[in-house]
Design a protein around this ligand. Structure first.
Ligand SMILES: *Cc1c(COP(=O)(O)O)cnc(C)c1O
Length: 402
């Protein structure tokens, strides 16, 4: 069945490569990508995978192979993308608060660039004038996303140039003769409601008359994925339909045939990934039993950082009787993965799989507590391939002067 990795495959990978282990399923990424391309088939739409979700070079190569473009959050991500084989015209650098020298490097590499401050816009104009088309990241002043830590388009957000500063943008564009090709917004993550995108479009459409050379409307990423088993992902078919209506009904956009860009991160790689851990210790507290695993917030920080929910499954004992467990990590501070979760009976040595660990899982991992970062495995065509070795002692010492 496409898009599904079996528990037996996870167990086999854990047995072969050890735990904790990140396991990704290639065909699931493709399935998610195809959902998007199918939904938006009626409009000229390009998807740039927001690589900050997961930058393993093998994942980047796979994303390139299936025909998706890539969006980067740092010049190093740009370099990784080029290293993975993306041609520059398939790479986008959406900058945020960065030194102008990184933008110069991005220009030298020939990639698309979205600029997010008046200061860098002015420097860009002075240096490159009309010679290098560029995008502007607009802060639309709308609230969106699963929670405040992952909202980026509201009035208090550091991201983008506030739409209220349009006069300042125009002044810079005019006196440096900038070629503004793209207007970009990215309002947050975990956005379920398609109308949030519609609101964003409305803000950008207001700006169209001010930028006569505009070719691209870039709506960023942020599609919701189901973390809870009873949640639904963003209905991309409905979203595509609503967006198409926005474009068709708009007097200018309707005629001008803008290109539409998106930058999905989570939507492409969240559900493809599992963090497989081993139960090290059980502690019966009466009301609940603590199941400690051989990983922690150092390897999957989302529960502690964003109060994120990750479904946890005992893949070693699927027929075991259900009872409540609090699943905790092995880090020397509170790191709870889930409280009072109903799991099939957990025994020491069992393997617990954390679902939806592909996006912002390994990528946000660290060596806190001097623990090794996990290995990563890619399952493709039913075959498990190691795509990153587990850290070793040398890795902890690598850059230290000893
Ligand atoms: C993080 C980010 C994305 C991806 O967000 P998801 O919620 O993972 O889809 C897209 N664009 C920009 C500019 C981002 O910073």
């Amino acid at each position: 069945m496409p898009g599904k990795i079996t528990n037996d495959q996870l167990i086999a990978a854990a047995n072969e490569f050890g735990t904790p282990l990140y396991v990704y399923h290639a065909e699931k990424i493709k399935e998610q990508y195809q959902k998007l391309t199918t939904a938006f088939a009626k409009q000229d739409t390009t998807f740039f995978y927001a690589s900050k979700a997961l930058t393993n070079i093998n994942i980047l190569r796979y994303i390139n192979e299936i025909g998706c473009n890539v969006d980067c959050s740092s010049i190093n991500e740009v370099k990784l993308a080029l290293h993975a084989g993306f041609p520059p015209e398939k790479v986008l650098y959406t900058s945020n608060g960065i030194d102008f020298s990184e933008i110069e490097e991005a220009v030298a590499a020939g990639v698309h660039i979205n600029i997010d401050s008046l200061s860098n816009l002015e420097k860009f104009g002075k240096k490159f004038g009309h010679s290098y088309p560029v995008g502007i990241r607009i802060r639309p002043n709308i609230m969106a996303g699963g929670n405040i830590k992952i909202s980026t388009g509201h009035e208090g957000s550091k991201f983008g140039i506030p739409v209220t500063q349009l006069d300042k943008i125009e002044e810079i564009v005019k006196h440096t003769n900038l070629f503004i090709r793209t207007l970009h917004i990215h309002t947050g993550s975990d956005i379920k409601d398609p109308d949030v995108f519609v609101k964003g479009i409305e803000v950008l459409f207001e700006l169209i008359p001010h930028f006569p050379e505009l070719e691209v409307i870039d709506l960023g990423g942020g599609f919701k994925v189901p973390y809870h088993t009873d949640e639904k992902e963003t209905d991309v078919n409905l979203l595509a339909q609503k967006i198409k209506e926005c474009f068709d009904n708009h007097p200018v956009a309707g005629n001008k045939k803008f290109k539409l860009w998106f930058e999905p991160g989570k939507f492409l790689v969240s559900a493809c990934g599992f963090l497989v851990s081993k139960v090290t210790v059980l502690k019966d507290n009466g009301a609940t039993v603590f199941a400690a695993v051989n990983t922690g917030l150092n390897h999957l920080i989302r529960p502690m950082m964003y109060d994120a929910y990750h479904h946890i499954e005992n893949i070693s004992n699927p027929a075991g009787e259900k009872r409540l467990y609090t699943i905790t990590g092995n880090i020397c501070e509170t790191d709870t993965f889930g409280s009072d979760r109903e799991l099939n009976e957990v025994r020491e040595g069992d393997l617990l799989a954390f679902h939806n660990a592909g996006a912002y899982g390994f990528e946000m991992s660290s060596n806190y507590n001097a623990r090794f970062k996990p290995a990563e495995v890619l399952v493709r065509d039913g075959k498990a391939q190691l795509i990153r070795k587990r850290d070793q002692m040398e890795d902890l010492l690598k850059n230290q002067i000893i």
